[in-house]
Ligand binder design. Structure first.
Ligand code: ATP
Ligand code: MG
Length: 454
């Protein structure tokens, strides 16, 4: 079987083979190449020991005890790993020990799914080693555990999340016996580190139709373990055109956010919006009363913080998502006064309004609501623009004074106090555009500086 592999990668395989060693490209890259997709990274497996690998490649480093040598070739770094088996996963997430083996098949048998347990060598016109039927399963679009599924998931509970991620992202189904084993072992996901959960959740979220993966997590009993707050939304009724419970409404909102994401959206902003869409109503189960969800945005804000912290998201992401959840319930009416519009800008923060509106649009689509609400959103956007034009202050940097002016006028050093004063000046200018002159702002700065913070 012939696969296209980059010249640098085949050069690594060739050199190992020329030195009398076995060498194959292996794992996810074989899977991708068979599917006709350019792999993100190429991994090479060999029976050569790390010492022998280092003897063959001068530009290489061996940094861990797991048998992986990083070989630099051309612009690439290729991971070359000695065949190995893992033993004794007493904590359901990491092997107690790793042992090298001379057998490729043994190495393949420790891998998670049949499609990830293939090896390929360019020698003799291309040889594939596929002991578990990986090609058949790719053809059938099936995620199937290698060997005994229960055992594999007990060894490493992350494999259950990987099964869902592969199925969701590739559009595969999880083979019934493998799925049944996930259901039986879902509780073991409790022991997984937040970082590893985050990695899989993010990949599911970034998929084209992300609801698929979350519905699968829920149906297999994994969501109840990793995000019980979201699972609870399934039992919370919701009278929406597009969904009968809060979970389905959240997924519809998530899909709408994914579908309407402008192509140039920076990756971090994209992720923030998807997370906010998924979790925007996570406060509803606890606030449900008589068909209403009083103040669910505040409860939701606290819950989403807990969830994202548990999954070790960075502080900026947690804050941005929590802020969106907290503010997603604004009700614009055409009779809002200018000062109400300005209050809204102040509360939300000018630079966060576009993403809040994107969330709200997705929320509307996810509710099955259409034109009138969208119209109100557009109108509010126009009024926001009008206010910031009038104030001639789109952001703090458009003020007639800057931090240096404030520092020299007040004789204070650089620091948070300067920021606090500029924030307040900006707010005052939004309320009264006439204040945006150097003279008036410096006078105001003195006044603000005299007042205690808070
Ligand atoms: P992708 O790179 O698209 O996330 P991948 O399958 O290549 O998918 P990697 O984390 O790069 O994932 O792992 C490379 C290979 O190592 C996998 O194809 C699989 O053979 C093996 N592998 C990775 N993680 C596990 C695991 N938790 N259990 C068993 N085998 C694994
Ligand atoms: Mg990979």
């Amino acid at each position: 079987m012939q696969l296209r592999i980059p010249p640098d990668v085949s050069a690594v395989v060739d050199r190992l083979q020329a030195a009398g060693q076995e060498a194959y490209v292996v794992g996810g890259c074989v899977r991708d190449a068979i599917r006709g997709i350019e792999p993100a990274d190429w991994d090479v497996a060999t029976n050569a020991t790390p010492d022998a690998i280092q003897g063959i490649f001068r530009r290489s480093i061996y940094t861990n005890r797991f048998g992986t040598v990083i070989v630099r070739i051309g612009e690439r770094e290729i991971e070359v790993t000695t065949y190995r088996v893992e033993a004794g996963y007493s904590d359901h997430r990491r092997p107690d020990e790793v042992a090298f083996t001379r057998s490729l098949e043994e190495d393949l048998s420790r891998r998670d799914f049949t499609m990830n347990a293939m090896a390929w060598s360019p020698a003799h016109g291309g040889t594939i080693v596929d002991p578990f039927g990986g090609r058949r399963d790719i053809e059938g679009r099936i995620v199937r555990a290698v060997g005994d599924a229960d055992e594999r998931f007990r060894e490493d509970a992350l494999r259950m999340l990987r099964a869902v991620r592969f199925a969701a992202v590739l559009g595969f189904t999880i083979e019934p016996a493998t799925a049944a084993a996930v259901r039986r072992n879902a509780g073991l996901a409790e022991a997984l580190s937040g970082e590893r959960i985050q990695q899989e959740v993010v990949r599911i979220l970034r998929g084209p139709v992300p609801s698929v993966g979350f519905r699968m997590l829920s149906n297999l009993g994994l969501l109840a373990v990793i995000a019980p707050e979201l699972e609870a939304c399934r039992l919370t009724p919701q009278e929406k055109v597009a969904a009968e419970n809060v979970f389905e409404h959240s997924l519809a909102t998530l899909d709408a956010a994914a579908a309407e994401m402008p192509p140039a959206t920076p990756a971090d902003e994209d992720l923030v919006l998807r997370l906010a869409a998924l979790f925007h109503d996570v406060g509803k189960p606890d606030t449900y009363d008589d068909g209403h969800f009083h103040q669910h945005e505040f409860v939701g804000e606290a819950k989403v913080r807990q969830i994202l912290r548990r999954w070790k998201f960075d502080k900026a992401t947690v804050e941005a998502v929590a802020h969106l959840v907290r503010h997603h319930m604004f009700w614009y009416q055409p009779d809002w006064t200018s000062s109400a519009v300005r209050r809204f800008i102040r509360k939300v923060g000018l630079d966060r309004i576009p993403v809040l509106f994107a969330l709200r649009k997705a929320d509307n689509v996810g509710s099955g609501a259409r034109a009138p609400r969208m119209y109100a959103l557009n109108e509010l956007w126009l009024r926001v623009q009008e206010e910031i034009h009038r104030a001639n202050a789109f952001s703090k940097s458009d003020l007639a004074v800057d931090g240096r002016d404030v520092m020299s006028e007040l004789g204070i050093p650089q620091g948070r106090e300067v920021g606090r004063i500029l924030d307040e000046l900006f707010e005052r200018v939004l309320d009264d555009p006439g204040l945006n002159t150097r003279e008036r702002l410096l006078a105001l700065a003195k006044e603000v500086a005299r007042r205690p913070r808070g």
